[in-house]
Design a protein around this ligand. Sequence first.
Ligand code: GYE
Length: 308
Amino acid sequence: CLAAFALNVPAFAAKPLVIGFSQVGAESEWRTANTVSIKEAAKKEGITLKFADAQQKQENQVKAIRSFIAQRVDLIAFSPVVESGWDTVLREAKAAKIPVILTDRAVNVSDPALYATFLGSDFVEEGRRAGRWLLERAKKTPDAAINIVELQGTVGSAPALDRKKGFDEVIAANPKLKVIRSQTGDFTRAKGKEVMEAFLKAEGKKINVLYAHNDDMAIGAIQAIEEAGMKPGKDIVVISIDGVKGAFEAMIAGKLNVTVECNPLLGPQLMQLARDVVANKPVPKRVVTQESVFPAEVAAKEFPNRKY
Ligand code: GYE
């Protein structure tokens, strides 16, 4: 109280909101931008953020959530690395009367009342957008078969499951389009490169298209394609998702053909939702971010507008 007077702050000023946030990790450019957005928005809003990096491990996220419960934070937000296995810890949060907001990735729980709202992209739609771009392009090629290799995101994660689903659904319309190999690259450059090397070893020149569930894996794979003596973007068409700066640079260099945008700048919306949830105001159960598609042809023009 004395300290409050000394700082010229009214003694009755509300205590700052305390949010515990469990982040997936630092696996991609997308994730780095997401973390910065959340930290900056909290700072701007005067919200105390307890931030924990789970290094892509669910067990670390469960530990972080339990520690936020023990610290009695006002609200817990997290981006769940995988979809399943959250019932128990979310029930613990509920029993402690601490509301939970999901950001970026969804969960698969028995009771949707275990979280207040889910803020993030529609990953199935992103997969469809990638598929639609390829369908259009395939119309212009006379090839009998178009062989696709797929680099999936983290096994069991919402974006990997949904981006696969949306893409498969759309390309089914053209029997020429075939996914001949599909494996996880865990959303990282290093893994994307490694798995692409294996694809190239197994299938070589048969590969016409690479569909990567994020830009980082595509960028890693582009290196593998070049090291194999082929031209990414030409010999192998490269499609990815996120729309990070690295992807725009690759498009400008002619090595990536298209990126489907996935907006990581969720911080301001998350802070607003957190305030509303804590104040018991009604919030929509699902908040979807607005996104578009950027083919290589517009990359140079769009590059200066990119914020991540
Ligand atoms: O696409 C990828 C990141 O969950 C949407 O996670 C996110 C994904 C993003 O590692 O780059």
